[in-house]
Design a protein around this ligand. Structure first.
Ligand SMILES: NC(=O)c1ccc[n+]([C@@H]2O[C@H](COP(=O)([O-])OP(=O)(O)OC[C@H]3O[C@@H](n4cnc5c(N)ncnc54)[C@H](OP(=O)(O)O)[C@@H]3O)[C@@H](O)[C@H]2O)c1
Length: 259
């Protein structure tokens, strides 16, 4: 069977790195994107040492830059690399009051979590639909299901990712292409420290899941063409209980949980 090439954004660490390891374990090819070239080279060396004959392309990009999505697309076209699975995983967060959060950080979050993610879908989806094969997985979060005081922009970006993915899945699925929104809960990665989430009440009471286990669940959901996949039973219960709670209470409870 022909090797399937997966493009994974944010593959230098955390959940994205685990997606890369899982995909490589099938003997399939990879395009890995992130800013940390040194980390990507280490991962490429690790995977090439384990698996014979896999092709790994590295693209060192800052995906907050407006032209970055198009650069990724054009560079792959030039090298004649076809993408079978697009995994839009790169994302950042920021814990704190909206008014205290630096605008530069919020703008980067909007550009990375939503704008470039959407651009990459817009660039790769038409070709997949034409070929009548391909899969996209966008990494959302359980944050997508309610407003999130203290992480207002992050929660809103993840709602956007969830709703965009569900709508694209509806539009694309007749062609045989599927779009999965994967929604992890707290996961043991650099994200928690980088987004200052350690300060939240939620994180003080939560044991984050392993990034490998979370990535495995996401990868399986994408392969099964699930429209929305929430990782873990407790997270599923949280999301379900939000649905049953009156909307005006949801935001108050969300604030209590965040701190
Ligand atoms: N960890 C959690 O608790 C959790 C829960 C729910 C959802 N998620 C979501 O899961 C996804 C992966 O997060 P993670 O937990 O694995 O976080 P992580 O360990 O911090 O990894 C984030 C990845 O995104 C890349 N990235 C960050 N800024 C970038 C930029 N400007 N351009 C290109 N790449 C960039 C990072 O690479 P470089 O720094 O090398 O660029 C890194 O590879 C995110 O979308 C996050 O929102 C995480």
């Amino acid at each position: 069977m022909k090797s399937k090439t997966a493009l994974i954004t944010g593959a230098s660490k955390g959940i994205g790195k685990e997606f890369a390891r899982i995909h490589a374990s099938k003997g399939d090819n990879l395009v890995l994107v992130a800013r940390s070239g040194d980390q990507l080279i280490l991962l490429k060396n690790e995977l090439e040492a384990h698996y014979d004959n896999i092709q790994i392309e590295l693209l060192i990009k800052d995906l907050t830059k407006p032209e970055s999505g198009k650069e990724v697309f054009d560079e792959l076209k030039e090298k004649n690399i076809q993408i079978d699975y697009l995994i839009n995983n790169a994302g950042i967060g920021e814990f704190g009051l909206f008014v205290d959060s630096p605008w530069s950080r919020l703008e980067e979050m909007i550009d990375l979590n939503m704008k470039t993610l959407t651009h990459l879908c817009h660039l790769f989806l038409p070709e997949m639909m034409e070929r009548k094969t391909g899969k996209i997985m966008n990494i959302s979060s359980i944050a997508a299901f309610q407003p999130g005081p203290m992480m207002a922009v992050y929660f809103a970006t993840k709602s956007y990712v969830l709703h965009l993915s569900e709508a694209l899945n509806n539009e694309a699925k007749k062609s045989g292409v599927t779009v999965t929104a994967f929604c992890p809960g707290p996961t043991d990665t650099h994200f928690i420290k980088d987004s200052k989430m350690e300060k939240s009440n939620f994180m003080k009471k939560t044991k984050p899941a392993s990034s490998h286990v979370v990535a495995l669940a996401g990868y399986k959901a994408m392969m099964k063409s699930e429209a929305v996949s929430i990782y873990g039973l407790i997270n599923k219960i949280i999301v379900f209980s939000v649905r049953l709670t009156p909307r005006k209470w949801v935001v108050t409870l969300s604030r209590k949980v965040q701190g």
